[in-house]
Every structure is written in C-alpha cells, then in structure tokens.
Design a protein around this ligand. Structure first.
Ligand SMILES: Cc1cc2nc3c(=O)[nH]c(=O)nc-3n(C[C@H](O)[C@H](O)[C@H](O)COP(=O)(O)OP(=O)(O)OC[C@H]3O[C@@H](n4cnc5c(N)ncnc54)[C@H](O)[C@@H]3O)c2cc1C
Length: 386
C-alpha cells in the first residue's frame, strides 16, 4: 500500500507543502510508493497580497489568479471538492462524494472574513479581503474626490496584520499623486492602544502616520457600523463619522475544522508551535492562517511552516525521526507608499526591527509578486517567504 499524504486546502500553504513534498519524494511517487492528494473546492488559486494593490491599479486580476492544477506538480493529485469532515481519530477526511484515508494529514484551510460578527459591516464599507471587493474599492477610490476616508480594523486576528497600515499609506500617496490629498482626510482606527501589535514597529508606524497627517484613533473596538448615518461605533462608546469606510473584517477559521470539532472558539486549529502537529495527533499537521499559532497570518509564515512539515513528513516516510522545528519565522513587507517599502523579519524569539523604507524594497516586493507563481507556490525555494 502506498503511503498517503492528504493536504486539505490548496491555497498558499497547501500548495507549497504538496509541491515541496513532491520534489523530495519524486522517485517514490513515480514508483507508486507514495501518493500526495490536495483537496480544495476552488479550481483557482488566488495570490491574496494582490487584493491590497488592485485598488490602486498596481496589480490586476490576471496577475493574481492561476488554475490550481497548473501550480501543482504533475504527480500531485488534485480533487476539486470541499472537505466536509475531518476525522482525526480514524485518519479520514470526507467530502460529499468520498472518504479519503491518510497516513499524513496537512490541514491548510486558511482564514476567512466573518462579516456577521459586526452589525452593519458588510453593507457599510469597502474592504480588500476578496478579489471582487478589491475591485469595488478601486471604483470607490476612483470616484472619491474629497471627504473623510476612514480605514478601521474591526477584529483581531486577521490576514496580513500590516495590510491596514499599508492601505493607509497607499491612500496617502494615491491622493497626493492625484493632487487631492488636501481634500481627503485620512483616518486609521485600531483596537489596540498602539497602531500595530508589535511595539517597536508600532512606534515607527505612529511616527510615519503623524508625518503624513494620517489621523490615528486607538483603543477603538468596532461594535457596529451604521451605513445610513455613515458612522462606526465602538464598544467603548465612541463614534467615528466617515464619507468612505474601508474596514478590515474580523476573521475566522474554515467551517470544516469547526464542524469536525477540531477548532477552538475562534475557529482556529490548536497547533503545536514547534512541531506544527495538530495538538494530540502525530500524523496530522496544521499550517498557515488556520492555526492558533502566535504568529502573523501571513503567506510567508505558511511558506516557512510548509518547509518544516514537508521535511518532517519526508523524514518519517524514510525512517528518520522528524526533528525539524518551526521557529516562528515570518517575513513581512510593509509598503509605506507608492514607490517605497520596508521589510520585517522576525521569529518567536526575535522581534522585528524595521529598517528605513526604500524604493529598492518596494521594487523587490513587486518582483516578488511575480516570483510567487514560479518559485514559492511551486515549492522551489522552501522558506523564501511571500
Ligand atoms: C489583503 C491581503 C494582503 C496580504 N499580503 C500579504 C503579504 O504581503 N505577505 C504575506 O506573507 N501574506 C500576505 N497576505 C496573507 C496571505 O495571503 C495568507 O496568509 C496566506 O494565503 C495563507 O495561506 P493558507 O494556505 O493558510 O490559506 P489560504 O491561502 O487562504 O488557503 C486556504 C485554502 O483552503 C481552502 N479551503 C477552505 N475550506 C476548505 C474545505 N472545507 N475543504 C478543502 N479546502 C478548503 C480554500 O479554498 C483555500 O484555497 C495577505 C492577505 C491579504 C488578504
């Protein structure tokens, strides 16, 4: 019987782990000693960092989407369907049409916006958390000729913790370039007492926002949004008025992990922070945004985690003890305006120190957006980062 590796979710983490393993296990795949299967309901793979750049015309749909099959190594099987139940005790995953057994499971089902957590949120504002919404936001920004633009975070954790900050900086450059900046009041609203989770990055962000006349409202936990009155209300009893609201919705994990009784209250998968095993199961791993790990929900984290999991599965299949540990590594670009960016690299033990923003770093990010398809997603350079 071949050893069966099953990957639930063919987004960033799932695709990288499957391809990484396929390269390492090439000969065993050819001989039929190993099978790797990815299951995902979507035939399309979306590069989500594009959602932030589409509203400003910096990226376009055709640079953001590829057929999942075209990214997966030839020997990786792809099932285009939803996993409906994950039975960790009996090593099986169900879909509407089948039951898939596994020797090794990787859950990479990601995170998704949950608009239902905040009354009025979905109707009121714009966001950059789906491809369609990124395009709606592009139209809205193009129509906006002046007034108060509020970008507010309506729940933590969410995908790409730096995205709302980058959005505020991009808005600043975008309207400056259009000659409208003095007519647009930009306001950044955040639930914590500082504008970012990590203190020394927060200090730098606050300084840059002050320099760019971006108003910062802290300790504002969004309770509801009133699209008629154009008001965002907080649990603390404050109200912010807006002409255009761009809101980061609260996020939750995938339905299948909740329905299978694996997830915690927030919908996240309890995951060992070093081995990346689903807690209590040596044969099941979780990577990416769906985990409860104390790291950013970032593609780079999923990439670094995928490399650890692929190595450990390879070791186990080949009779070695799986010893590689994830050190919490994350690499994050922060775009600080059109034409400038900085980059953070950090792990569980070493907090980031943001270097000054440069054009070179911005350029590297734009180049990287293309390399994602040919290098990262293909599992060609494990741990290169998104
Ligand atoms: C605006 C924005 C900007 C970003 N910018 C950056 C950036 O600059 N750098 C960075 O590192 N990261 C960035 N990210 C984050 C990055 O896109 C995610 O962290 C990354 O995609 C996480 O990978 P994942 O595999 O965990 O989840 P995903 O890539 O979201 O994949 C999850 C997959 O699981 C599938 N799935 C869900 N339920 C099921 C089921 N029941 N059965 C089977 N499959 C299922 C989904 O269809 C999906 O394909 C950004 C995200 C956003 C939204």
């Amino acid at each position: 019987m071949p050893k069966k590796v099953l990957v639930v979710g063919g987004g960033t983490g799932g695709t990288i782990v499957a391809n990484n393993l396929a390269h390492r296990l090439h000969d065993q795949l050819v001989k039929g000693e190993v099978e790797i299967t990815v299951i995902d309901p979507s035939s399309l793979h979306i590069y989500q960092p594009a959602y932030l750049l589409i509203p400003f015309g910096i990226m376009h749909r055709n640079e953001a989407v590829r057929p999942e099959r075209s990214l997966l190594a030839e020997k990786v099987r792809f099932r285009q369907e939803s996993a409906t139940k994950i039975d960790l005790a009996n090593r099986a995953v169900y879909s509407d049409s089948t039951r898939l057994e596994y020797d090794y499971l990787v859950i990479a089902t990601g995170a998704k916006p949950d608009y239902s957590q905040v009354p009025g949120l979905e109707k009121a504002g714009y966001d950059f958390y789906t491809l369609d919404n990124a395009y709606k936001l592009r139209e809205a920004l193009g129509r906006f000729k002046g007034g108060k633009l509020v970008t507010a975070v309506a729940g933590i954790p969410f995908k790409c913790p730096t995205a709302p900050i980058e959005f505020a900086f991009l808005v600043d450059s975008y309207f400056t370039r259009l000659g409208l900046r003095d007519k647009v009041q930009v306001s950044y609203v955040y639930p914590l007492p500082r504008p970012f989770t990590i203190p020394n990055v927060a200090e730098e962000v606050q300084r840059m926002m002050e320099n760019r006349k971006i108003e910062v409202s802290l300790l504002f936990n969004v309770e509801s949004v009133d699209p008629e009155k154009k008001e965002i209300r907080s649990l603390e009893g404050e109200t912010v008025k807006y002409d255009l609201a761009v809101l980061t919705p609260p996020h939750t994990g995938a339905d299948v992990v909740k329905k299978s009784g694996i997830a915690d209250k927030g919908g996240w998968i309890p995951t060992d922070r070093y081995s990346l095993n689903v807690k209590g199961y040596d044969d099941a791993y979780a990577i990416g945004d769906g985990t409860d790990l104390p790291v950013s929900k970032a593609g780079s984290a999923a990439d670094f985690e995928a490399a650890v999991v692929a190595t450990n599965i390879w070791d186990d299949i080949n009779g070695f003890a799986p010893t590689l540990r994830y050190d919490g590594k994350v690499m994050c670009f922060i775009i600080t305006g059109i034409g400038e960016a900085t980059m953070l690299l950090f792990d569980y033990e070493h907090p980031p120190k943001p270097p000054p923003a440069t054009f070179a770093c911005y350029w590297y990010k734009l180049v990287y957006n293309r390399l994602y398809w040919t290098v990262t997603a293909k599992g060609m350079l494990p741990g290169f980062g998104v």
